[in-house]
Design a protein around this ligand. Structure first.
Ligand SMILES: Nc1ncnc2c1ncn2[C@@H]1O[C@H](COP(=O)(O)OP(=O)(O)OP(=O)(O)O)[C@@H](O)[C@H]1O
Ligand SMILES: [Mg+2]
Length: 264
């Protein structure tokens, strides 16, 4: 395929059904098995500023500290801005981890991918030559973040058929590797629909929704594990905070602890 994600050296890796913790403060306690399976793709959905990028980077940063490697593919935010914000806000020095070859931040042009998919589908009908548009990864990662589906879908400029084709292909491609994948989806602030084409949440192994709801005259953050194929999980909304110098902070309320206690 001309628009895949390629790993240097290695091609197909059979997913090991090993569990990896998410390593976000208290989050693993919300999962019966305490982590997610390698090879799973998780959709992280939420409105603007809900904390999607931070949530994923928190998981990745703490996983790198435990000896893993990760890649962040961004279709939108300028890579330098993302690095700067993560360092200034949460004290995560992604630049240092990049230099140590444990992390890679890759900016990919979604319009080039969209054009490439279009050309590929046209060629199948006997038309054009296909422009090569592969995302080359510098190493085989344990975690991959894709930020975001929304930026990608905009690039397809209303061609839902082509977008769906690419999404299916992307999920199939990610499934072949044994990384834990985070696909960020931008939604309205209180979503009833979690993705642009509606198929992404069905293709995902897990869906995590981040809310930033207006309560009275202020916003309160909470998260919901809407789906997790690998195990049972907390079903209620769990409040969280974004804390300077720390990242995601999840305090387990009495209700949440009771739900967890119910599994045993
Ligand atoms: N130092 C900080 N302490 C606490 N909260 C912060 C800090 N810095 C930023 N934030 C909060 O984090 C929010 C942005 O988080 P993040 O970028 O992860 O959200 P997002 O869902 O990815 O947003 P977008 O839709 O723009 O991609 C800001 O709007 C702000 O409320
Ligand atoms: Mg973001």
């Amino acid at each position: 395929m001309p628009f895949g994600i390629k790993f240097k050296g290695e091609e197909k890796i059979t997913p090991r059904k090993e569990l990896l913790p998410m390593r976000i403060d208290n989050f693993d306690k919300l999962l019966e098995k305490g982590g997610v399976e390698r090879g799973s793709t998780l959709m992280v959905a939420g409105g603007c500023g809900a904390g999607k990028s931070t949530f994923c980077m928190d998981s990745v940063y703490h996983s790198i500290l435990e000896g893993e490697r990760a890649v962040y593919i961004t279709f939108e935010e300028q890579a330098s801005k993302l690095r700067k914000h993560m360092l200034e806000n949460f004290n995560w020095d992604m630049d240092k981890l990049e230099k140590e070859n444990k992390f890679a931040l890759i900016r990919s042009d979604p319009f080039k991918i969209a054009r490439s998919v279009e050309a590929f589908l046209a060629e199948r009908k006997g038309d054009l030559l296909v422009e090569v548009q592969e995302i080359q990864l510098p190493f085989t990662p344990d975690r991959i973040i894709i930020d975001s589906l929304s930026a990608l879908s905009v690039a397809f400029m209303g061609n839902v058929e082509n977008y769906r084709y690419y999404i299916r292909y992307m999920f199939e491609m990610l499934e072949k590797y044994d990384s834990v994948n985070y696909i960020i989806s931008e939604t309205t602030s209180d979503p009833g629909v979690y993705s642009r084409s509606g198929i992404e949440e069905f293709l995902s192994d897990g869906v995590i929704v981040l809310y930033n709801k207006l309560v009275g005259n202020r916003r309160e953050r909470s998260l919901e594990i809407l789906k997790m194929r690998c195990c049972d999980h907390v079903k209620q909304l769990v409040p969280f905070k974004l804390v300077s110098g720390k990242g995601v902070s999840i305090e387990l309320s009495k209700e949440v602890r009771e739900e967890i206690a119910g599994w045993k």
